[in-house]
Design a protein around this ligand. Structure first.
Ligand SMILES: Cc1cc2nc3c(=O)[nH]c(=O)nc-3n(C[C@H](O)[C@H](O)[C@H](O)COP(=O)(O)OP(=O)(O)OC[C@H]3O[C@@H](n4cnc5c(N)ncnc54)[C@H](O)[C@@H]3O)c2cc1C
Length: 427
């Protein structure tokens, strides 16, 4: 089928954020065309921890049901220093709440469920695989996009463009926009392995474990008998050597031996990661809006990447729908940028703290971490210092939509930006 010559909303990138935006906009009655450069959902080691807030947002389009049916719900975790447990934490959780604080599931499944949600409105939400946005021109009324698809180059005119094309965003590049911030040197090897296990689903962290002295190692269970294993490599290790199976498999085996996981296993994916704290200064540039990794790159520690991208989608979709349906002026979209840039800056502050603990960037941070871990062995009060701060909704204190300074109103159920508290209907 030929590409349409004109669409109200063009979404560049059919990753989890682009697909969720298309599903949400369709739910509000808005037609979109999503271009995805690849021919399928993502592969490799990507997001696995999906927050309660993300589950709620997916619930707005019915994508929560397959997610919670397949995903592994969890409420807490344990940290170990050498051989000893130094922290057992629980995230805020009430058994009456609809969603668990966190669900583990592979990112490709989130993409599949968002795509299924789009298909509830086939007349509104179109997705084109193997279609790459290659170039664009912006003007005051919209965007003219050059798209490579089906062996040719096509022109698509859009009233609005949403850039969801990930960390290496073509749209960002084409518009000459730069991410601001910094990146950390410390590197983690990320390994997904297949191994049956009957362990409870928890976030597990080991600092300086006997299996891998000097390293930090994280483990998460995923559906389908898959473990995510992340471990820190030494600063002097060559990253290319570090991901070679002959260097990775013995380290993983040593750790599985240490924790008594003896079932046969095989590696699925091996990659390397270093944390970045980067954001655009504004997520609205005229008729072009940025969301997800195209707008910001947040460290994986604390799981704020995809979760904050889904929050972007939840914030942007209703505002763009209102503007397109003539219920609000285009300036409503400025509040999307103000609110979500604010959220990113908070996420980056938390993410930086987590990264400095998980991969201390210098001697001072290493010393402080060592002190906290040693003290946590015997002093319960210190244990909160090593509690991983997992992703949580951010209040929009300075939103232009707030009536006053954003201070909670007397009697208000929730601060701006916070989900309304859940209440159980008895009848
Ligand atoms: C090891 C690892 C673990 C992680 N764990 C977590 C976690 O547990 N929880 C969490 O919240 N986050 C996590 N993240 C972060 C998460 O993976 C990202 O934040 C998420 O993928 C962002 O989604 P996105 O849709 O914005 O971008 P992407 O997933 O990068 O999707 C962008 C899409 O755009 C397509 N594209 C690119 N250029 C073009 C173009 N020019 N035209 C058309 N299509 C294009 C790409 O093919 C891609 O499909 C993790 C990341 C890594 C690397």
């Amino acid at each position: 089928m030929p590409l349409p010559a004109h669409v109200p909303v063009l979404i560049a990138g059919g990753g989890p954020v682009g697909l969720m935006l298309a599903a949400l906009l369709a739910e509000y009655g808005i037609a979109t065309l999503t271009l995805e450069a690849d021919d399928d959902y993502c592969s490799g080691s990507r997001a696995i921890c999906i927050s309660r807030r993300s589950q709620e947002i997916m619930g707005w389009v019915g994508a929560d049901r397959p997610l919670t049916a397949t995903g592994l719900a969890w409420t807490g975790g344990r940290s170990y220093y050498r051989n000893s447990e130094v922290l057992h934490f629980e995230m805020p959780h009430d058994p009456l709440q609809r969603y668990a604080p966190m669900v583990n599931i592979q990112q490709y499944a989130v993409e599949e469920y968002a795509h299924q949600a789009m298909q509830r409105h086939p007349e509104l939400a179109a997705l084109r695989w193997s279609a790459r946005l290659a170039a664009l021109r912006t003007d005051t009324d919209g965007v003219t996009a050059e798209v490579e698809a089906e062996g040719g180059r096509h022109t698509v005119r859009a009233d609005w463009l949403i850039a969801c094309d990930g960390g290496r965003s073509t749209v960002r590049e084409a518009m000459g926009l730069r991410l601001e911030g910094m990146q950390y040197e410390g590197r983690y090897v990320i390994v997904d392995i297949e191994q049956a296990s009957s362990r409870p689903v928890e976030r597990l962290a080991w600092f300086d474990p006997p299996s891998n002295p000097g390293s930090t190692l994280l483990m998460h269970r995923q559906p389908g008998n898959v473990w995510r294993v992340d471990y820190q490599i030494r600063d002097d290790e060559d990253p290319e050597e570090a991901v070679k199976p002959e260097n990775v498999l013995p380290r993983v085996q040593s750790h599985l031996d240490m924790i008594g996981e003896t079932a046969p296993w095989k590696p699925l994916w091996i990659s390397i990661y270093n944390a970045k704290c980067l954001t655009l200064g504004s997520y609205r540039h005229g008729r072009v809006l940025f969301a997800g990794d195209a707008a910001h790159l947040v460290p994986i520690f604390g799981v704020r990447g995809l979760n904050s991208g889904l929050d972007d989608a939840g914030n942007l979709a209703w505002k763009l729908a209102w503007v397109l349906q003539g219920q609000a002026p285009a300036s409503l979209l400025d509040s999307y940028s103000v609110e979500r840039v604010h959220a990113t800056r908070q996420n980056l502050a938390y993410g930086a703290k987590s990264t400095e603990f998980m991969a201390p960037p210098d001697f001072g941070f290493r010393l402080m971490r060592e002190a906290a871990l040693r003290l946590a062995l015997s002093d319960e009060r210190v244990r909160q210092l090593i509690n991983p701060r997992q992703s949580a909704p951010i209040s929009y204190d300075a939103s232009p939509l707030n009536l006053d300074d954003g201070a909670p109103q007397a009697g208000a159920a929730a601060a701006p930006g916070q989900p309304a508290p859940e209440a159980l209907l008895l009848d």
